[in-house]
Design a protein around this ligand. Structure first.
Ligand code: SDX
Length: 385
């Protein structure tokens, strides 16, 4: 079945759902042709330069910027929700040290349900409290899993810190510099929300059955993990590490393109121009690469970008959010296999926000399937097969 003509109104197959509008939303606006991303109408570049992750969580969940009192009380609520029950810390310690961090994130997001008496309360008020807990706790659980796998003592979250500050303090066992904390906070802002991307859509499909928010967030983590989606930032860094030197960039990329490989960190289902998040991340990556003696890494990234522009720019394939976040995270001293877990903790407000929004006018998600198999097939007894 396909839309043979304008007047065609029946169901049709749209592989990848590229042209399917699933629902309305007021959380973010994306213009893929102009390269625009707005959170509740505010341009992402403006938010990156002026806002904080906490303020953006309020904006996404309340559809307006908080005034000073609202931001202060929201931040307090978020910080109060950071506390991790002992049983949950024990579960961190029970994980095998060689567990892939994204498997650990999937487990630890799901495990939070066991310590939340409101887990199956689907009221908007309870869901908002769970949204706070998932957003506040997941970063500390990720950072503590990293400490656990390195044989280090776990550290309780410090409710006087920001989400960014808390994550980096636990991860490194010491407070980050102001510049590092601000840089990481900006990365969290840039990754917080992005419409109905695969992981958000998956979480909404889960919540549409009136399942619980922890199940929906767990669905999202499993979906984000794939290298075509959130796993791309880790794949970008692996690719950069694979290229021996600057002089090898061109032959390396051209060979990959000739083999019809996807170059990770490039291309996007919606953006056919530069991803507006990559615009900011590129300038930030250049600065932090210079400050941390990683100029060569940035130069190699820039060279890849130039080669890709020549080769496939005309096809609308440009850097996406994952391309320069790889260099940024590397320069912030973050382990490569933490890049996608960081994407997951940053995207939590988007995931839970869309679930709560969709529940306001819920409809079970259940697409059709075009059956192309045989009919009227007789049952053959096993002795005759
Ligand atoms: C994220 O949706 C979101 O909002 C996601 C995200 C978010 O914030 O949630 O923005 C985060 O997931 C960003 C994307 C991260 N993924 C990658 O960087 C992986 C590499 N990118 C590609 O796999 C690809 O660009 C996708 C999957 C992101 C989008 O691909 P589409 O829309 O399914 O298009 P396609 O794969 O059919 O490609 C169309 C053409 C093909 O060429 P032809 O067969 O037509 O000749 O473009 C080519 C592809 O070969 N192409 C690429 C390419 N991406 C597309 N060629 C080389 N390198 C690439 N990266």
């Amino acid at each position: 079945m396909s839309p043979a003509s304008e007047s065609f109104t029946g169901p049709f197959v749209d592989k990848g759902l590229a042209n399917v509008v699933v629902a309305d939303s007021v959380m973010s606006f994306i213009d893929g042709e102009k390269g625009v991303l707005e959170y509740v109408g505010i341009d992402i570049d403006t938010l990156a330069r002026n806002s904080t992750f906490e303020e953006c969580c309020f904006l996404l969940w309340n559809q307006c910027l908080p005034n000073a009192d609202e931001l202060a009380s929201f931040t307090k609520e978020l910080q109060a929700a950071m506390a991790i029950p002992d049983g949950l810390m024990d579960m961190v310690k029970a994980l095998p040290a060689d567990t892939s961090p994204m498997h650990a994130v999937r487990t630890l997001v799901s495990a939070q349900a066991h310590f939340d008496t409101e887990c199956d309360d689907g009221s908007p008020e309870a869901n908002l409290r769970k949204a706070l807990r998932l957003t506040a706790r997941t970063p500390s659980l990720i950072a503590n899993f990293d400490r656990h796998r390195k044989g280090l003592e776990l550290i309780a979250p410090d409710p006087s810190k920001t989400v960014a500050g808390n994550f980096l303090s636990i991860l490194n066992g010491k407070a980050p510099t102001e510049a590092m904390e601000r840089g990481f906070d900006i990365c969290l802002i840039l990754h917080a929300e992005h419409g109905f991307n695969a992981s958000t859509f998956a979480s909404m499909a889960t919540i549409s059955t009136l399942s619980d928010l922890y199940s929906a967030a767990t669905t999202a983590v499993g979906t984000l993990k794939g290298p075509l989606h959130g796993g791309a930032n880790e794949a970008v860094m692996k690719m950069l590490n694979e290229i021996p030197g600057e002089e090898d960039v061109e032959p390396f990329i051209k060979a990959r393109l000739a083999a019809k490989d996807r170059i990770m960190g490039f291309g996007h289902r919606v953006y056919k121009v530069y991803d507006p998040r990559a615009t900011y991340l590129k300038t930030y990556a250049e600065d932090i690469a210079k400050d941390t003696g990683n100029d060569r890494l940035f130069r190699m990234s820039k060279k890849i970008e130039d080669i890709m522009f020549e080769a496939v720019g005309a096809k609308g394939i440009h850097p996406n959010v994952d391309f320069y976040s790889a260099t940024t995270y590397h320069c912030l001293g973050l382990d490569l296999d933490l890049f996608t877990p960081i994407f997951a903790m940053a995207r939590m407000p988007g995931w839970v926000g869309h679930c709560i929004e969709y529940l306001q006018d819920n409809k079970l998600m259940r697409p059709r399937c075009e059956y192309v198999g045989p009919h009227g097939v007789p049952y053959t007894d096993i002795s005759d097969r």
